[in-house]
Ligand binder design. Structure first.
Ligand code: ADP
Ligand code: MG
Length: 358
């Protein structure tokens, strides 16, 4: 296992990139700690696979270096990097049995046959395919083949890192949860450095110790699920994580007062000389619907989603979402909202501003 360092890394698929827009991956400096489980989260096309393939060695970056435990592997092959990678779609040897597919990476490295037999049995059980170990892969469903791919990715215990690129896309929904749980327990057992790419926030938040959020070729935040929830560093993190996501409202801010369409709102921290697009961000969890305090809203719709209600309202012409307790009565005279000041974040050109506490 290894600590992975990305040093000044960037990638463009164009031979002569002209400007930043030509880069699928914008400059990045980061250490991926040894033995940690990371999720790489972002919408389609933001550069997740590009980054993963650079780490595994399938792709050579147009700029910068990759180090494993301080050793430069930028030009080393995937095999030399000693990495296991699982892709979105199954990669299996159709003419081989499930057992031989699973055994392949171990045989390839000359492992002891007795060990191989035991380990393959164990992995077969983890992916729920013990009963099918002697079947040929060719007759199996896409779902089963993907489980074999996952199994093959997990079979070696001596890899530097395990990389997964949206591996559960073709898997049956009820099996997804099961396999994710298996991956997590594998991580607890062996402590591999794991990087799991997904566009699904639930998958990311349940799998990872740390979530790396990407947007438009850039890493916008690396944090624990709680950090991403409480202090989104970028408005994209606010929108993308949470359901519904963070409310973002344009404002003028002077000192500790935000002005929203002529109505003032007291802030917990002070901000001076903000230039650019200024907005406040507040999650629906920290907005309260009231009868007499706060900013005026028109309630459009109330959705009962089990443990709570989502109130969709209009605030100065923008949609705002409010989370209310399930048992709370929403009466027609509730047409104001208050924000929990501790949880109002301020953004300038989409990036969080810390503000001054004094
Ligand atoms: P993700 O995995 O997050 O969906 P990708 O890393 O696949 O994103 O793609 C990032 C960007 O790079 C996208 O704009 C995509 O169109 C572009 N891209 C990906 N692969 C190639 C390629 N082989 N050649 C040219 N452009 C590519
Ligand atoms: Mg991808």
């Amino acid at each position: 296992m290894a600590k992975i360092t990305l040093d000044n890394l960037a990638h463009s698929y164009y031979p002569k990139p002209k400007d930043e827009d030509d880069f699928a991956l914008k400059e990045l400096n980061h250490d991926w700690a040894d033995g940690e489980a990371y999720a790489l989260l972002g919408s389609s096309g933001c550069g997740k696979s590009t980054l993963l393939n650079i780490i595994s060695g399938l792709l050579h970056p147009s700029q910068g270096r990759i180090l494993f435990d301080g050793i430069d592997v930028t030009h080393a092959s995937t095999a030399d990097r000693n990495i296991a990678q699982v892709f979105q779609f199954p990669v299996v040897y159709d003419t081989m049995t499930v057992r031989n597919n699973l055994a392949f990476p171990l045989k390839n490295r000359g492992a002891d046959p007795k060990y191989i037999a035991e380990r393959v049995q164990q992995i077969g059980q983890m992916i729920g395919m013990e009963a099918e170990l002697d079947k040929r892969a060719s007759g199996l469903t896409a779902d089963a083949k993907q489980k074999i791919s996952l199994g093959r990715g997990m079979v070696r215990e001596d890899v530097n890192a395990l990389l997964f690129d949206e591996p559960l896309t073709v898997i049956d929904p009820h099996m997804k949860w099961e396999l994710r749980t298996q991956l997590k327990s594998l991580h607890h057992e062996f402590g591999h450095t794991m990087i799991y790419v997904t566009h699904d926030q639930t998958e990311a938040l349940t799998f990872a110790d740390k979530v790396v959020v990407m947007y438009d070729g850039r890493v916008v935040q690396i944090g624990t699920p709680q950090e991403l929830f409480e202090r989104p560093q970028h408005t994209f993190v606010g929108y993308f994580i949470g359901s519904p996501g963070m409310n973002v409202i344009s404002a003028d801010i002077t000192g500790k007062v935000a002005n929203l369409h002529g109505t003032s709102l007291a802030l917990n921290r002070g901000y001076n000389d903000l230039n650019g697009k200024v907005e406040i961000g507040v999650r629906p969890e920290f907005v309260a619907l009231t009868k007499s305090d706060g900013l005026p809203v028109n309630v459009r719709r109330v959705e009962d989603v089990g443990r709570h209600k989502i109130v969709r309202a209009d605030l100065f012409g923008n949609e705002i979402n409010i989370l209310a307790r399930e048992g709370m009565e929403i009466s027609p005279d509730m047409n104001r909202v208050t924000f929990d000041p501790e949880h109002v974040n301020v953004y300038v050109n989409d990036w969080l501003k810390a503000g001054e506490v004094a």
